[in-house]
Structures are given as C-alpha cells and as structure tokens.
Design a protein around this ligand. Structure first.
Ligand code: ADP
Ligand code: TRP
Length: 379
C-alpha cells in the first residue's frame, strides 16, 4: 500500500515511506547536472527549463555534480589538449582549470536563465561530502553485476573511455545524491531512466536490509522529446553537434547555419517533418509561427515578393531560427554578463545552498548510521 507523504512525514524523517504519494504538502524535487562543458539547447529544453519552472512549486534541491564529472575529467583534458595541438596559438587548460571553469559556467548559466537561489537550494555536490559516505553504505547492499549492466557504463567503455572504478559506481553516488535529501521527484532527461530505476532498486535494497528509511523517488520526464543536434543525432556535448545557450554573434551564426538539411533544390517543396532546422524552430515558435514556416517549406514561392522574388530555402529557415534563439535568450545573456562581473556572487550562492543541503543530508545520514548499528558521530 502506498504511504501518503505529508508535511509532517518530511519533517519527521524517521517515519517510513516506501511508495511516495503527496497530499497537500510540498514534494521534494532534486536534480543535478554535470559540469562537463558548455550547456546547449538540448540541456535547456530537456532539463534546465523544467528545473527553473518548478522552483517555488516544491522544495527544490539543484546541484552541480562535480564529483561525477571527475569520472571523465582526464578524458576531457586529453581531448582539449588534442584540439589545441591542431590549432595554432591555442592553449589547452589543465584538468583542474577545466573543472573549476565548468562549475562556474554551469552556475552562471542556471542563475542567468532564472534560477532563484532564494527559492531553491543550489549547490556544488562536493560541498556535501556526506553523499560519498552514503554511497559507501549503498555499495554494501548492491550487486556488482547490476552496476556492470548500466548503459552509461557500457556506452563509455564502447566509446573507448578507460573505465575507472568511479564510472562503475557512478549510479551508487547518483542514488546517494537523490536519497540523501529523501527526494520524491527527479526531473531528468530520458537518458537517465536507467539511473533512476537503479536508484529505486538501491533504496529498496537498503530498506529491505535495514528498515524503511528511504522513499522511492519518481523520475519526471519532460515531454519535449530529444532535441536534435546540428547533424540530426541527439544534441550532446560528446558529439560536437551542439548549439550553445550562451553563444552569440558569429559563433552562434556558424552553428545555426551549419544545421544539416537535405539537398532538395531551393524552389522545390520541402518536408518540414524531416528537417532539423524545423525541429529546432519548433522549440521556440508559437503554433501560428510554426504553421507559417511549414507553409513556406511546402510552397517555397509563397510571399516571394518580400524576398525579391526568391524561393524560400533552408538558409531562410535557419535565419529565422537564429532570430528566435537570439530573441529567446537575449535577456538571459545580458543577465549572465552582469552576474559574471561580480566575482564573489557564484561562490556566495553555492555556499548558502550547500549549508541548507548539508543540514538535510546530515539528518538522513544519522538515520542510516543508526539503522546499521553505528552511534552518533562524536563531534
Ligand atoms: P550531454 O549529452 O550534452 O553531455 P548531459 O548528459 O550532461 O548532456 O545532460 C544533462 C541533462 O540534459 C540531462 O537531464 C539530459 O537528459 C538532458 N539532455 C542532454 N541532451 C539532451 C537532448 N539532446 N535532448 C533532451 N535532453 C537532453
Ligand atoms: N547523471 C546525471 C547526468 O549525467 C547527473 C546527475 C548526477 C544527476 N547525480 C544526479 C541527475 C542526481 C539527477 C539526480 O545528467
């Protein structure tokens, strides 16, 4: 039978809750993003947008997963060194600089996009070291074979990354991230589905061994399906096919004009449903604007007077997309520039968020220690 979670249950964590349902109280929402490069439209429409929209509707914890990013940091360093070696005058950053820059970039991006640090506990994962301790507890109740079957582990090996232990135990740390705050809802992209299933399994295994400590969290997926990259595959930092949220001017224009389209001649009807530029435009446009663009695809001579008699081609569609991206992110770009001018601001926000998160984490860890027969830690 599902247990009803009420405000009192959240405040009194010793009350067990196996299946979580809410009745008139705020759920706890948690999500994390790895600081592994410049954030892109896929990250925004797949994850960040819904994180920001949910603030204030729940007790939110959002964090920058820097411990997780360490599992691939040396690969990132090698990749950057490889690129720099081919570009005259380019200097590759050492790993520690890459991590520090990426954390700051992700924090600034979220804040500029509208994350309100007064409504959300926004913090850096490694400022709450208790997650590593909880992940150890989980490692003692969960089988190695389960971890070896994780898609993200298998994919990385197939892509030639040498598997460190951290890559194998990544799902244990991710489960600790979620469960240490006794989170109920976890908004993520579909690619995290298996990690979320593993988190529920890990919570179940721990509860079965030591008593009902953890609610089983539910994933929340955004209906915006996978955002395509400039080459039509899933947009991803690892495929080099991204349109960055905070790119502007020439670099943004280059990325957008580089969106791959088919070779239909400019004056021939084109199919909007199979076009990457159209799929990306859809993310920004109203229904009426979308219908208008679809009509231009199907009848390229429509409105040609306004184009000096020219037919409507893919280049025109890409320019419209560029205009949409510029308009959509204009205020966030300005805000990001302002925030970046204050060198202490990001640290202040992350420190305040970590204090709140850590207090919640310590309560859970105390419950866990006591459940396995360890007393309170001497101070
Ligand atoms: P990347 O593949 O670029 O490394 P991450 O794995 O860091 O992206 O993903 C961060 C968040 O953004 C996750 O919740 C993920 O599901 C979401 N996300 C990433 N790429 C896309 C995409 N192309 N479409 C929709 N969501 C995405
Ligand atoms: N694995 C997630 C990703 O690559 C990042 C992450 C780490 C996370 N811990 C989490 C997401 C906890 C949600 C909840 O995108």
């Amino acid at each position: 039978m599902a247990t009803t979670i009420t405000r009192e249950c959240l405040d009194a964590p010793e009350r067990p809750a196996r299946e979580v349902r809410f009745s008139g109280s705020l759920p706890r929402i948690l999500s994390g993003v790895q600081p592994s490069g410049k954030l892109h439209l896929g990250n925004y429409f797949g994850a960040i947008k819904q994180h920001i929209e949910r603030q204030g509707t729940a007790e939110c914890f959002f964090f920058i997963a820097d411990y997780h990013a360490l599992t691939s940091l040396k690969d990132a360093e090698e990749k950057e060194a490889g690129v720099a070696a081919k570009q005259k005058g380019a200097v590759a950053r050492p790993a520690k600089q890459i991590l520090a820059d990426n954390v700051r970039d992700v924090a600034l991006d979220y804040l500029a996009l509208g994350l309100d640090p007064n409504k959300v506990s926004f913090f850096r994962q490694s400022d709450v070291p208790e997650v590593c301790e909880l992940s150890w507890f989980f490692s003692t109740v969960f089988g190695v074979a389960h971890l070896q079957r994780a898609h993200s582990y298998k994919d990385k090996i197939e892509n030639g990354l040498s598997p460190n232990v951290g890559l194998l135990t990544y799902p244990l740390l991710m489960a600790a991230d979620i469960l240490i705050y006794r989170s109920h809802l976890v908004p993520v992209g579909r690619d995290q589905e298996q990690h979320l299933e593993m988190t529920r399994d890990i919570a179940g295994a721990f509860n079965a061994a030591y008593g009902e400590i953890f609610p089983l969290p539910d994933a929340v997926y955004n209906e915006a399906a996978v955002v395509p990259g400039t080459d039509g595959q899933k947009m991803s930092k690892s495929y080099g096919n991204t349109i960055e949220i905070f790119a502007e001017g020439k670099p943004l224009e280059k990325a957008v004009m580089g969106v791959v389209t088919d070779s239909t001649p400019v004056d021939q009807p084109k199919n909007p449903d199979t076009c990457n530029a159209f799929a990306l435009y859809k993310l920004f446009a109203t229904q009426a604007e979308l219908a208008e663009l679809a009509a231009l695809y199907r009848e390229p001579l429509r409105g040609s007077e306004s184009r000096a008699g020219r037919a409507f081609g893919y280049g025109d569609a890409k320019k419209m997309l560029l205009g949409k991206i510029d308009a959509y992110f204009a205020s966030a770009r300005e805000r990001r520039k302002q925030l970046a001018r204050d060198p202490g601001y990001v640290e202040e926000v992350l420190t305040a968020g970590a204090k709140r998160a850590r207090a919640a984490a310590q309560i859970t860890l105390q419950l866990v220690r006591s459940a396995v027969g360890m007393g309170p830690r001497p101070v």
